[in-house]
Design a protein around this ligand. Structure first.
Ligand code: SAH
Length: 292
């Protein structure tokens, strides 16, 4: 490795050359999974210029406080089981605000185009000829797993990872998914919104040939101070979860990458001095643990 002396000299200021938020535009921006530190510069650039921020339930309030004092914030949270604005109403609201000449920031948890309906909102803007920009964010399935010390891929374990959702528009298990194919075809599955149907998902995967001893984890409130994780096996996770008070938002991870947490839980090590082992794949079988 060599050092590059040029890096020391040509410094640019943080927002130099970044896009200007023009009136009448909508920016669809991913805020990442929770931790403010996972915002992108584009996201902060957007937050600092917006007139109105229409934000989701999973966006941390401390992120909104980065905006200027004159900003108007509107909550458009959609959480399962609770009354929430209809997607159509959110779309219409974004269009109305843009047509009033506002700089409209639609701030969404994670990445706007991963199980976030960002595409639907953007297509509505296209129809109404409202100009827009999309800023990606760190999706929970990647950033959240990293904070849990569970790599989405690890060379000795998996060469594929599948992101999927545990329910579709109707709130039921997605009927378009072929569970047998998923069970056989993807070494690691990372499931969003899987808590409601966890038990049927587990049954379908085991029926499709997945080993009950395989690692499985539920990662709640990832990257936030409330992050909590249940590590178990596919065969036991439903029962183990019942003994806890873990609740959504949560990711359900299936695959032996879960075992690596015993060696890679860097956050537990930093925060609580948790002891890490360097050969987690060789460690004995997984047993139930819930920890921060
Ligand atoms: N667009 C978002 C996903 C929105 S769907 C993204 O890219 O991350 C909402 C689901 O995402 C939740 O039900 C949960 O499954 C997952 N999720 C979002 N934030 C999370 C977090 N901090 N911890 C765990 N799961 C999270």
């Amino acid at each position: 490795m060599s050092t590059d002396p040029k890096l020391d000299t040509d410094s640019v200021s943080l927002f130099e050359g970044m896009p200007e938020f023009l009136p009448g535009w909508v920016w669809l921006v991913g805020a990442g999974p929770g931790d403010r530190g996972l915002l992108t510069l584009h996201a902060i650039n957007a937050i600092r210029q917006a007139d109105v921020i229409v934000y989701d339930a999973l966006v941390d309030k401390s992120i909104l406080s980065l905006a200027h004092s004159g900003v108007v914030t509107e909550y458009a949270g959609k959480r399962g089981g609770k009354p929430s604005p209809k997607q159509k109403d959110i779309n219409l609201r974004l269009i109305a605000l843009a047509k009033e000449g506002k700089r409209v920031l639609r701030l969404k948890g994670g990445d706007p185009l991963i199980f976030g309906r960002g595409g639907e909102e953007a297509l509505q803007l296209v129809e109404e000829k409202v100009p827009f920009r999309i800023v990606p964010g760190i999706t929970a399935g990647i950033g959240g797993l990293c904070y849990a010390g569970i790599p989405a891929t690890h060379r000795a374990v998996n060469q594929s990872v599948t992101f999927l959702t545990g329910h579709d528009q109707t709130g039921e298990l997605p009927s378009a998914l072929d569970w047998d194919a998923l069970a056989k075809g993807s070494q690691v599955l990372v499931m969003y919104m899987a808590m409601k149907h966890l038990s049927s998902i587990v049954d379908k995967l085991i029926a499709g040939g997945r080993r009950p001893e395989e690692g499985a984890a539920v990662v709640c409130n990832a990257t936030t101070p409330e992050q909590r994780i249940l590590v178990s096996t596919l065969g036991e996770i439903v029962e183990d979860l019942e003994k806890t008070d873990l609740a959504p938002p949560a990711l359900f991870v299936i695959g032996d990458v879960v075992k690596l947490r015993a060696g890679l839980d860097w956050l537990g090590h930093v925060q609580y001095g948790k002891e890490l082992i360097s050969d987690p794949l060789a460690a004995p079988a997984l047993h139930e643990t819930v920890d921060a």
